[in-house]
Design a protein around this ligand. Structure first.
Ligand code: FAD
Ligand code: FES
Length: 280
């Protein structure tokens, strides 16, 4: 698979340029990046769920999911929540600035195995980023999948990412259920925590796979809610955010027992997660 992880030196990033920056929420920005070498950009391939290391020169690099779908290859999109040194430096960058990219890294969602299934996405906050790449892949290959329901929540309306796309998702036949933690003036969608809305919506587990990503506390209650609705562990996929350094299975920073999240993940089924925890 052609990619921009150099075979000679896997730590060497490829040069890219920030084409566009979107302020998603007060602390999340989306970066649309184009690789400077047009041949490399044209040859770049990845699968939904794979990540990249973005580097700010002189500061460091951090891991982010490629949240544009492989079906749209004009640019690579990453959404970055400001948490620490590297993400603060990324937020200071401007359109036209250079940026380093090492990608694609890690495994991906099993798209082919999901064909013909109904899909439930359950996301919270920045957790919508890894879900977006798979959601848009399915939107672009709509006839290959059954019902697509998305339950997406954040603390407030202004904390929801990708608001400018919601109409397009709905127009593509996505059953989009939006929720915020409490009432806000002008908000006409659902109010309540994501796990509560999941229980109210109660999407049937029959022939369905659930994919969830969000803050750990949300995941905990969503997993319990899915169990309650009758979902089996192998019907539930999630992406693990484990601190990474090399991203290629060499440094030992990200492992849980024998599992290297950077190469064996970040996408895992609940069955795999339970096995990993029991082996610790
Ligand atoms: C597979 C994967 C995919 C990711 N995708 C995204 C994404 O699409 N968008 C996004 O905004 N972030 C994503 N992250 C998290 C992102 O990598 C971290 O927020 C980033 O590395 C923080 O770097 P920093 O130098 O700004 O923060 P630091 O100064 O290193 O840390 C600041 C604070 O954030 C915490 N932190 C740092 N890294 C992580 C982490 N990986 N998980 C949990 N807490 C962490 C630290 O403990 C500390 O409290 C992903 C992480 C992984 C492993
Ligand atoms: S990040 Fe180095 S081994 Fe996974």
């Amino acid at each position: 698979m052609p990619n921009v992880v150099s075979k000679n030196n896997p730590y060497l990033p490829q040069m890219g340029t920030i084409r566009e920056i979107i302020q998603e929420t007060p602390n999340i920005k989306t970066f649309r990046i184009v690789l400077d070498d047009p041949e490399q950009m044209a040859a770049f391939r990845f699968e939904p769920g794979q990540v990249g290391q973005l580097s700010v020169f002189g500061v460091g690099e951090s891991t982010f999911v490629i949240n544009s779908p492989p079906t749209r290859r004009e640019y690579l999109q990453f959404s970055v929540m400001k948490t620490g040194e590297v993400t603060r430096a990324l937020h200071r960058l401007c359109e036209g600035d250079p940026i380093g990219v090492r990608a694609p890294l890690g495994n991906s969602f099993p798209v082919e195995a999901l064909k013909g299934k109904d899909i439930l996405f359950v996301g919270g906050g920045i957790g919508m980023a890894p879900l977006r790449t798979l959601l848009l892949t399915m939107v672009d290959r709509r006839e290959e999948f059954g019902d697509i329901t998305v339950i997406y929540g954040a603390r407030s309306p202004q904390d929801l990412c990708y608001r400018y796309e919601f109409d397009q998702w709905r127009a593509a036949g996505v059953n989009l259920v939006l929720t915020v933690d409490r009432e806000f003036p002008g908000w006409e969608e659902r109010v309540g925590f994501v796990p509560t809305v999941l229980a109210e919506e109660a999407p049937s587990p029959y022939n369905r796979v659930a994919i969830t990503c969000g803050p750990p506390i949300m995941i905990k209650f969503v997993l319990a809610g899915l169990k309650e609705l009758g979902y089996e562990d192998d019907q539930i996929l999630t992406t693990l955010e484990r601190r990474m350094k090399c991203g290629i299975g060499l440094c030992g920073r990200c492992n849980i027992g024998d599992t290297y999240v950077c190469v064996d993940g970040p996408v895992f089924s609940n069955t795999q997660l339970r096995q990993m925890v029991s082996e610790l």
